[in-house]
Write a protein that binds this ligand. Sequence first.
Ligand code: XMP
Length: 524
Amino acid sequence: MTQAHDRLLIIDFGSQVTQLIARRLRELKVYCEIHPYNRVDQAFLRDFAPKAVILSGGPASVYWESAPMPPAGLFDLGVPILGICYGQQVMMHCLGGQVEGGHGTAEFGKAYVSPTELTHPILAGWFPPEDGPLAREQVWMSHGDHVSKLAPGFQVLGTSPNAPFAITADPERHFYAVQFHPEVHHTPKGAKLFENFVRLAGFRGDWTMGAYREEAIRKIREQVGEAKVICGLSGGVDSSVAAVLIHEAIGDQLTCVFVDHGLLRLGEAEQVVSMFRDHYNMRLIHADESDLFLSALEGVSDPEVKRKTIGKLFIDVFQKHAAEVGGATFLAQGTLYPDVIESVSFSGGPSVTIKSHHNVGGLPEKMGLKLVEPLRELFKDEVRALGRELGLPEAFIGRHPFPGPGLAIRCPGEITREKLDILRRADAVYIDQIRRHGLYDEIWQAFAAILPMRTVGVMGDGRTYDYALALRAVTSVDGMTADYYPFSHEFLSETATRIINEVKGINRVFYDCTSKPPGTIELE
Ligand code: XMP
């Protein structure tokens, strides 16, 4: 099979940081995929045809009874291989070296590696030649066992106090193996090591968004042919980029369904409709179902009941409008790469459900539709880059995430139209403040929530008895953990004053200083 771009295979042995290897490689414009060790066999290797392979770290010891091993034939592929931590140990173990465990072999945290060989190209840019063998470079170690005897053909390029074989290479076969983790930020020159490795392996750095766009369009046309496709548009970045890309590939064969559940922010529905229908000229069904959703939510105050009610109605409504398209056989979804990576779990066991996140899972089977998922190979920031490539406006691409159940989960307790209306206006002032102060891009997500209580205030000479508002702003990388944003007191007091002056119905403003955990980002 000929591939449009060079491919690198990452074999995952269960390290917590395997995804970071992929990030570092994508930054070098190298296309790579992560696959768990137990899913990679000889047939897979033949089909995937990697130009190089990286073996990740992992929590196992090569001496465990069922220690994870690389696939048979890997070392005979004739392609460059880089082993990291457990990846190094397993390489040595398979190729005739030795690994030792027990007292004195472990090393966790910061360590310094010194060179025993200064000229090998895998270390280009690592050790300044003028420092000679006294040079040292910070790396991040996290290992129990260590390699005690190199496999034939390997030589040592660098050592650390507890890892005599910190950096090793078999130059003939282009096999490289390191004991530390070059993928983490605490190994400052780790990115350089990956760069050297892919250069030695002959990668061309051909994974660009322009190339991706062209290839994705070709693949969508091939997959879909003359068929019709429907796409649920939420106004979020992922579904928007997927829709624009598919529209570019198949034009009017695509119809987008935008379900307006009445829980959107101020002016949001109008913005989405005008951008996609007027600007991009897409076929768009604007399903204004706010009455349906809001009446179903009347009197509901339990967060899980809210989510389930919205999730179920969403599917019904989507299905009803999708049926209007007639004869659609494909459903487009903005699934991203982190959602499809199958990670190796050594601890096992399902995690506790904190919140039943709302999505359209199960819909394709229910409707008998096949899936088009043109973003399956991308990380979030790559989706943004693709959005830019496709000409989506910057203000749209950089928007904070917005949850499927919308303002319902920012209105703890019972939802009323009055509360939603107040919340929309207050949220708009808050976000305007953040933009005016140039803070929007520093914050991962910010929003207002209307609290289920009224408090007494005094405005002018009169008593007020109005709602209290909570402001939330967090920094985060992936939404899994988060910290509250440290606004200045000036910002907070100016914002509270503006909201109370400009939004009738609010007379008190709180700032939420809870991190996640123990809090969650949304209030419900
Ligand atoms: P939590 O509140 O769980 O939020 O800390 C983490 C991130 O997920 C978003 N979120 C949702 N997104 N459907 C979504 O599409 C949901 O039901 C949902 N609940 C939370 C939240 O906005 C934050 O970005």
